[in-house]
Design a protein around this ligand. Structure first.
Ligand code: 13P
Length: 249
């Protein structure tokens, strides 16, 4: 069944880079062979979205790292899905663990953001993932199911959603989940989708893995039947991002 799901690799640049380094990353991506078998997305900081969109090869899409749940108004510092669409972008990342844990975003707010972004016509990379303490307490599934439920309640058309499973203990730590650990949660999420949404949605929705993915560990992860791609942080700023894009080749 995995063959029916197109491989998806996102590069989340987080709050990194400047005009000069981003120019370098884009130049490298523009001269690289990017397989048409893979959906590739990069998510630069908001102030560089337009520049990235203008200069990156058309085979690579650009995503915002966040957006708000309203289309306009007195929300200082926020960006709306309508604005993201207005500069020609199609994707937004929502519910990233740093939004949840550094900025205190709740399941409820993330659900509302997902609903609004989808209703405005954006496609969403919706992130879930447990803390180390959740995993050690044996609560991984309870936590990720609660997060995915809050997202799911706001999704009508799952073809516009990619789920990113990013265990918080693996993000930026160099401690990648083993292929078996990641596969187990991806499979459990797929079973959840099958039970709570539909068998069709469970089979067709991409579930990608994030957390210390690099050029060296990506191939073993990509072999797992329920891992449909990656959301990459640190390594997406480096030339090895191209190896990750081509992990399935
Ligand atoms: P790292 O790849 O740096 O661990 O970050 C993962 C991540 O948070 C991607 O969204």
């Amino acid at each position: 069944m995995a063959a029916a799901r197109k491989f998806f690799v996102g590069g989340n640049w987080k709050m990194n880079g400047n005009r000069s380094s981003i120019e370098g990353i884009i130049a490298n991506l523009n001269k690289s062979e990017v397989s048409i078998e893979t959906d590739v997305i990069v998510a630069p900081p908001a102030v560089y979205l337009d520049y990235t969109k203008q200069t990156i090869q058309s085979g690579i899409k650009v995503a915002a790292q966040n957006c708000y749940k309203e289309s306009k108004g007195a929300f200082t510092g926020e960006t709306s899905p309508a604005m993201i669409k207005d500069i020609g972008l199609e994707w937004v990342i929502l519910g990233h663990s740093e939004r949840r844990h550094v900025f205190g975003e709740t399941d409820q707010l993330i659900g509302e953001k997902v609903g609004h972004a989808l209703s405005e016509g954006l496609q969403v990379i919706a992130c879930v993932g447990e803390l180390l303490s959740d995993r050690e307490a044996g609560n991984t599934n309870e936590v990720v199911f609660k997060q995915v439920k809050a997202i799911s309640e706001n999704v009508k058309d799952w073809s516009n959603v990619v789920i990113a499973y990013e265990p918080v203990w693996a993000i930026g730590t160099g401690k990648v989940a083993s292929p078996e650990q990641a596969q187990e949660v991806h499979n459990d999420l797929r079973v959840w989708l099958s039970d709570q949404v539909s068998v069709d949605v469970a089979q067709s929705t991409r579930i990608i893995y994030g957390g210390s993915v690099n050029g060296a560990n990506c191939k073993a992860l990509a072999k797992q039947p329920d891992i449909d791609g990656f959301l990459v942080g640190g390594a997406s700023l480096k030339p090895e991002f191209v190896d990750i894009i081509n992990a399935r080749q």
